[in-house]
Write a protein that binds this ligand. Structure first.
Ligand SMILES: [Cu+2]
Length: 167
């Protein structure tokens, strides 16, 4: 241990000697660099994940019911406006299977919205919800402001469509 410590000091002094800088300033700078080095490595890891990482809900979770009675199929409310950081919890009530499939999503929003969708059958499409009280929650945190149209695939032709407007 002691030997290694001395070796490090010797190394640091060699750097100082080479750079010709003020010894104290150089050591302070080296210390700062060392301190920064560890978090920088962690940040690199986090940044790699962050590019496609889910952004958690920081605001309100709004419920949208999925309802079908054999004749009428709908999201309730069909249109909803939320604030940045809010989330939507779709709740399967009746008449399933239902799902949430986003339509014509702008390229600028796709990657974040997709990252915020916990599981997907295919791109920007939730799994089928079969049973009452099943839920599917999507955070709209970091999703650009705009209106996002979606429908339920099994009942799209019966008008089971909706939209989420992020302010
Ligand atoms: Cu449906």
């Amino acid at each position: 241990m002691r030997f290694n410590g001395l070796a490090l000091v010797a190394g640091a002094m060699a750097i100082v000697a080479c750079s010709g800088g003020d010894k104290n300033a150089q050591q302070t700078s080296a210390t700062q660099n060392d301190t920064a080095a560890a978090p920088a490595t962690q940040n690199t890891g986090a940044a790699t994940t962050a590019a496609g990482a889910a952004a958690p809900i920081t605001g309100t979770i709004h419920e949208v019911k999925m309802i079908g009675d054999g004749q009428t199929y709908k999201f309730d409310p069909a249109k909803i406006t939320i604030k940045k950081g809010d989330g939507i919890k779709w709740v399967m009530v009746s008449g399933g299977p239902h799902n949430v499939a986003f339509l014509n999503t702008p390229d600028a929003a796709k990657s974040q919205l997709s990252a915020n969708m916990s599981s997907q059958m295919k791109e920007l499409t939730s799994p089928m919800m079969m049973n009452p009280n099943e839920t599917y929650t999507v955070s709209f945190a970091n999703v650009p402001a705009g209106t996002y149209d979606y429908h339920c695939e099994p009942h799209a032709a019966m008008g089971m469509t909706g939209s989420v407007t992020v302010q």
